[in-house]
Write a protein that binds this ligand. Structure first.
Ligand SMILES: O=c1nc[nH]c2c1ncn2[C@H]1C[C@H](O)[C@@H](COP(=O)(O)OP(=O)(O)OP(=O)(O)O)O1
Ligand SMILES: [Mg+2]
Length: 449
């Protein structure tokens, strides 16, 4: 069965959120979900209901109404009728409860936020559009309080949005318009946060009961819709949203290295990382010179990553690595790339190492590779981890694989140099592999997706 406007069953209507729609309220939003249009305002009043006086805590109240000609037939104004009908009361309580669930009322002082949702055109989903729009208006109002220093911090704990789902005929559908809603035999409103948690689920088998399987399908649709709505709220709020939720980082990382071998290894080790990996060449920064004047691997890795993150505004991963040889006081260490002088080749560095270890006995030739991996996010957050790999320096070069000091580095427990191993083996045990493993676990703690 085709949907109106040929929408797919799991497709939401076009959503448009216009902030600062009217001029007096502290927060004012026009939200349009397809043909449904609601004006949502948030107004701040410097007092609270009696039960909260002298508690230092605030309150949020919501009112909802439909303009007489928001519907097909004129609907009598509730003011003229002199009382609110049950539906209106239920909806405004729902809006109030929802917004209260994501605002820390103890942080807004003794103030009441009045949320007013006025439906100017109704084509289904007015309560859910009201919630989605009201949240944005409340963020704007609270942001004004925050910017004027009336409150110390933004008291928003979560973003919240709402969407309708239902079963029409045999079909499970997302975001029902009026006509679909009138034909639905199961009707549900799903209110969720940016964390994917539920604030409220209102589901009714109006014409016939529904199964657990139906419920699961409907929740699935609700989750998809709410994700998209919260994305739209974020987009509408721009930087204010980033301040509350932390910046959204996108799906791309750039590897800040000019060393093609390292790039290849990092790419291979990050094969299962759920980000698209870019090189400096991909972002037009090939050959960029970065002064590595840190005193540690960690510091140098951060210097490289910060430089590229600043230029690209992308999540940036950098490696600073080197070889610590015990017999020569852990040299060359952070100077590994320039051991034989600025712009030295790998070959020259290896020769210098051989000379430095002239006459040093096998048992005294222990060494380790170190890799510090730094990650810098576009908003400046950063972390750095270290991986190592133990081994010893051989008496002659062995093997053709790898790069740098690989032909001289005999890996502990393998009796082979890195250059004698296939890259797949090196990439499962190397200092870089160990560091990137730690990086991935640290990364996933910091980025909620
Ligand atoms: O798995 C390795 N196998 C062999 N040698 C290695 C390895 N890992 C680091 N190394 C050596 C190469 C270079 O002499 C120095 C890294 O210097 P380091 O400044 O971190 O890298 P780099 O200048 O080549 O590229 P970039 O700074 O653009 O990332 O340690
Ligand atoms: Mg370097």
């Amino acid at each position: 069965m085709a949907r109106i406007n040929n929408r797919k069953n799991d497709e939401i209507r076009d959503i448009k959120i216009t902030r600062n729609y009217t001029k007096y309220a502290e927060g004012s939003v026009l939200i349009e979900m397809g043909e449904t249009k609601v004006i949502c305002t948030a107004s701040i009043e410097d007092k609270v209901p009696p039960f909260l006086r002298h508690t230092g805590t605030g309150w949020i109240n919501a009112e909802y109404s439909m303009l007489p000609r928001s519907t097909h037939q004129r609907k009598i104004r509730e003011a003229s009728r002199g009382k609110l009908d049950g539906r209106t009361q239920e909806i405004q309580r729902l809006i109030g409860r929802t917004i209260r669930s994501v605002v820390d009322l103890s942080k807004i002082g003794e103030r009441t936020i009045w949320v007013d949702c006025d439906v100017i055109q109704a084509d289904g989903g007015t309560r859910t559009a009201s919630i989605t729009g009201a949240f944005v208006a409340v963020v704007d109002a609270l942001n004004k309080l925050h910017k004027s220093k009336a409150i110390k911090e933004m008291p928003i704990t979560n973003f919240v949005s709402a969407i309708s789902v239902g079963i029409v005929g045999q079909e499970h559908m997302l975001d029902l318009c009026y006509e679909e809603d009138s034909n639905a035999h199961v009707d549900m409103n799903v209110i969720m946060t940016d964390k994917g948690e539920f604030v409220e689920v209102q589901g009714t088998g109006e014409e016939r009961p529904f199964s657990r399987n139906d419920l699961n399908k409907l929740l699935e649709l609700g989750e998809k819709g709410n994700k998209e709505l919260i994305k739209a709220q974020r987009a509408a709020l721009g930087e204010i949203a980033d301040e509350i939720l932390g910046m959204e980082y996108g799906n791309e990382v750039v590897i800040a290295t000019n060393n093609a071998h390292k790039l290849e290894e990092i790419g291979a080790i990050l094969e299962d990382f759920e980000y698209n990996v870019y090189s400096l060449k991909d972002v037009d920064l090939a050959g960029i010179e970065i002064v590595e004047d840190g005193k540690t691997f960690e510091h140098n890795a951060l210097i490289k990553a910060r430089t590229i993150a600043k230029k690209t505004k992308m999540i940036t991963i950098a490696d600073d690595s080197g070889l610590e040889v015990d017999a020569i006081g852990k040299k060359p260490g952070i100077y590994s790339a320039r051991f034989a002088g600025e712009n030295a080749t790998d070959e020259e560095n290896r020769q210098k190492l051989m000379k430095s270890l002239n006459n040093v006995a096998a048992s005294q030739r222990t060494a380790r590779f170190v890799s510090a991996i730094a990650v810098v996010f576009p908003d400046g957050k950063e972390f750095v981890v270290r991986g190592t790999c133990e081994g010893a320096i051989g008496f002659e070069e062995k093997g053709k694989n790898g790069f740098g000091y690989d032909p001289l580095f005999i890996v502990s427990g393998y009796n082979k140099t890195f250059a004698e191993m296939p890259s797949s083996v090196k990439n499962s045990i190397s200092h870089r592999a160990n560091a990137l493993k730690l990086m991935k676990s640290e990364f996933s703690k910091r980025v909620v997706r």
